[in-house]
Design a protein around this ligand. Structure first.
Ligand SMILES: [Zn+2]
Length: 408
């Protein structure tokens, strides 16, 4: 056991006054705690350092702010008052820290030259110990803002193969459970790296994605909520609520999706694939229903199975029976131009399952969302989706009957 009060003498930034009768143990050259308390010597910064900090308030603020962020984050209530720092730091902690929000650099090397830290990793601390995440629009994955929120879905650590809860991901999970703020750096396409914002982690999902090697793999998506400063008393109520509601669990969307059933999927008929996709979407939807308060985030991570099933059911053509004509042109990827839509908004109780979703051409999608008769159309489309869903499942039975005949 070493008491910092005494051990700090070794770094030359801290002096303990010489006092009579302070008995040192022979082996470790330190006083026992009892004799140290009895002698109660004065201690503090060396004279020159103290003078410098007394003259240069800005320097003092910077040092105090960095020490607080590194060792006392989240900041315990009353700490600044107790240490006599409240006046020095009031309103200055985030502006005293370096780098400042908005600073930009041409590349990772120039960031590291100025502020230390690793030059390559995507999730890694700067020299001041604060975790920093880098998001490059040109990189292997573009991290996206979640629709309807300012939150960012940030892909975790690991370029190819399933990502694991280690390295950068482990650091993210620690910051998440400790409610600590990290630095979010962003580099737009052809732009510079910029320290865009402080952020806290309010959620984590595990989803299917494509690794740098082009193969499907399981990856983490960390949900980052931007905050104005690293100090929690500056954070708005909705973010404090999100942190309080967060249970620190990883929401895994990779168990039920059919992507792990796709081996030999080509051999399955469309109707059997549709049935499996529908079943997978249903399992995912039922697990999510308890988390209705996070609609936007859930919408962002909505089931790829449900979407895939609806596309399959549509046969590549608008499912609106009143459609005036589906555009024949295909996308760059050779896919039909279709918008898979929740007929009722997810937030209004529409489930993420094929029975309540429909594939529409852009015209019909606009009529359904913005047309004067949209209410009537939505009511009709719900019936259409349910009827087409049942019909597709029925066809599966005929399909498997055919297959049975074929094989026997
Ligand atoms: Zn249409």
């Amino acid at each position: 056991m070493v008491y910092p009060f005494w051990a700090l003498r070794n770094n030359r930034l801290w002096q303990v006054e010489e006092v009579e009768g302070l008995q040192l143990t022979s082996g470790e050259r330190r006083p026992t705690l009892t004799t140290l308390n009895e002698a109660d010597p004065l201690a503090g910064l060396p004279r020159d350092d103290l003078d410098l900090l007394s003259r240069d308030t800005e320097l003092a603020t910077r040092i105090a702010a960095s020490v607080l962020l590194r060792f006392f984050d989240p900041l315990p209530a009353g700490l600044l008052d107790a240490m006599g720092l409240a006046e020095l730091l009031a309103g200055h902690v985030d502006t005293a820290l370096r780098p400042r929000v908005g600073e930009s650099f041409t590349n990772r090397d120039t960031i590291a030259d100025a502020y230390g830290g690793n030059r390559v990793l995507g999730i890694t601390p700067l020299a001041d110990g604060t975790l920093t995440v880098y998001s490059d629009d040109k990189g292997p994955y573009a991290d996206k803002r979640i629709d309807g929120t300012q939150w960012i879905a940030y892909t975790g650590d690991g370029l190819s193969g399933d990502q694991r809860m280690r390295g950068g991901n482990k650091s993210m999970q620690r910051y998440r459970t400790e409610h600590r703020a990290l630095r979010y750096w962003h580099k737009p396409h052809k732009g510079q790296w910029m320290f865009e914002t402080w952020a806290v982690i309010v959620d984590c999902h595990r989803r299917w994605g494509r690794g740098e090697d082009g193969q499907m793999r399981r990856e983490y998506a960390w949900v980052l909520a931007p905050v104005a400063s690293p100090l929690c008393h500056d954070w708005p109520q909705p973010i404090l609520d999100a942190l309080r509601e967060d249970d620190s669990l990883v929401r895994d969307h990779t168990q039920d999706t059919p992507l792990n059933e796709t081996e030999g999927a080509e051999a399955l008929g469309d109707h059997e694939r549709y049935r499996r996709l529908s079943a997978a979407a249903g399992r995912t939807a039922s697990r999510r229903s308890a988390r209705s308060r996070r609609t936007e985030v859930d919408r962002y991570f909505r089931s790829p199975a449900a979407r895939e099933a609806v596309v399959l059911r549509s046969g590549g053509t608008c499912e609106n029976p009143q459609c005036l004509g589906h555009p024949p042109e295909l996308t760059d990827a050779g896919a039909p131009i279709l918008e898979v839509d929740h007929i009722n908004d997810l937030g209004n109780g529409g489930g993420d399952i094929p029975e309540t979703m429909i594939a529409l051409c852009p015209n019909c999608h606009a009529l359904k969302t913005r047309g004067r008769n949209r209410r009537e159309l939505q009511a009709a489309l719900i019936g259409v989706a349910q009827q087409r869903h049942r019909a597709f499942i029925e066809d599966r039975k005929r399909e498997s009957a055919r297959q049975t005949c074929f094989f026997t």
